[in-house]
Design a protein around this ligand. Sequence first.
Ligand SMILES: [Fe+2]
Length: 310
Amino acid sequence: MKPATNELSDEVLALGLEQYALELNNDGITTVPPQVTGVSSELIDRCTEVLLNRFTEMTGGCPITLAEGPTGKLKWPENHTSVLRDENAPPEPTQMLIQQLLQLDRCFRDLAVNPVVDALIDHLMGPVSSIHPVAGKARRLSSTNSFVKWQGDYGYGKHLGLHCDQAASPLPWAKASITANATWCLTHYSKKDGALAYVPGSNKLLAMPTQPEAAEQAVAAEAPRGSVIIFAGSTWHGAFPKLTPGLRLNAVCYYRHVAALPQENMKITMRDQPWEDCDNPELMGELIGFKDKFPYEVQSETVPMFSKAS
Ligand SMILES: [Fe+2]
């Protein structure tokens, strides 16, 4: 039987990815250059073009370029809330999330099936037991998003927003990742340009970050355009503020372990059924998950809108 994680799979060995798999074990993160993933500059250019066009469409017409970022005034709508809000200060719009990339263009679908990334995500999550009805590989896509980030702090604050993505999973965590992240860099990633922040080796602690130590130990994931940064759900990570003009742009494939799949997708199958005609409709709604933020079916994060008046 194949190991749950840490040992090297046939795919990792066949693709010559030992170095990256071992970095994932030791540091909880690795950066793979385009020469290894085989992703072309044309594909990265296409992803960039689609996202810039989509940004303008979603914001109601705000122009945007890689070099300058948004060139119009943007305002959050009245109902805006952000989990990234630091202390009491609601952040100015200097970042927005474009969700559901797989629907936008084939370029994102091609990124999602990149065999090198797939082998490394599989390395983090390991296989499912052969006696389980969904035996096989454990990794499934959870979402595909782009963080469009421009000059500013965006409320991450002095603790850099450090967190573990698999924080919702009860402790103690196993070594196999419950979630994992592949961040495709569509612009050069450097600390001053607002790169991903992470704490090397924090994945081995299998625990949430403690501050201020975490922020003090955080380093930047610096990488050339076209690289992909892969990290485990237990790795402490956040982001540095973007101190420079222009955009930091990415395309993120986010993964989750198949173990927590519902057997029936009741959020959909019960939506038009008589779920309220029971002794406790409130409890029934909670059990089905109607009020859960996830899984969403449409863009769920707030979009700042172009304010032509300013
Ligand atoms: Fe995260």
